[in-house]
Design a protein around this ligand. Sequence first.
Ligand code: GLN
Length: 288
Amino acid sequence: MTLHQLLQEGASSLARAGDTEAKLDARRLLLEAFHLDMTHFLMNRMQVLEQTRDVGAAADRYREMIRKRSRRIPLQHILGSQDFMGLTFRVNEHVLIPRQDTETLVELVLEEHKDRNKKVLDLCTGSGCIAVSLSVLGGFEDVTATDLSFEALKVAKENAERLLDQGRAIRFLQGDLFDCLETRFDIITANPPYIATGVIRNLAPEVRDHEPRMALDGDEDGLCFYRRIAAKAGEWLEPGGCIYLEIGYDQGLAVSRLLEETGFENIRIVKDTPGLDRVVYAEGGRNV
Ligand code: GLN
């Protein structure tokens, strides 16, 4: 048996299960199970493996991971992590897996705000990927992050503890959007649930069956959380404060309109790398 044969075996199981990245996923799992780096794999993949107990255990680990992935469990849940903004975040079934789309929002805030004293609030923080990236890469000293899910906050806290420098911390609060807050902020960010309920059944099984519904479901029209955020955010912003909301590619106009109706100004829609509407920016807002 060679690593190459194991790879072929795993990749064909995954392809049969409908995994569109069968070969890449199988290779990633093989490297993980055998604790190999890519160079070692490429140089040794045709060598017949010794039949030691360690090799047997690694092959068992690999086949078990292939079985899981064949059930369309996301690769990130099997590996337990996802890279985002160059940082490795722990993930599990209680948090949305950080998406590259969301890097657009983080990059925008980093580009537009160099003052580390600005107070930042991240709503629906999930894994904490936005809050932690802003703290680590932007150096923001005062970051608060909220989520309704206690289990998500556990993951976010663990990520903060692992990734923030010693002596730095993020304030994590459990609550429904602004419920648990007491002070105002200069910057509010959010990647709220924004998929319309009826669309969820058409998503890939990885997302539909394994990612938390409460992180995805934006109610009938997908806009429920934007409505609630637009109505309340003004109350929680310092004068001159601003908000950055991640949106679905077709929600730019609807979300801009919601913000306009609640007194926000200088509204901008920002595109992601593939050129789709991805973030809405706005300033001000009033309490309605
Ligand atoms: N972008 C995510 C997806 O397409 C959805 C994220 C969200 O609802 N906030 O699965």
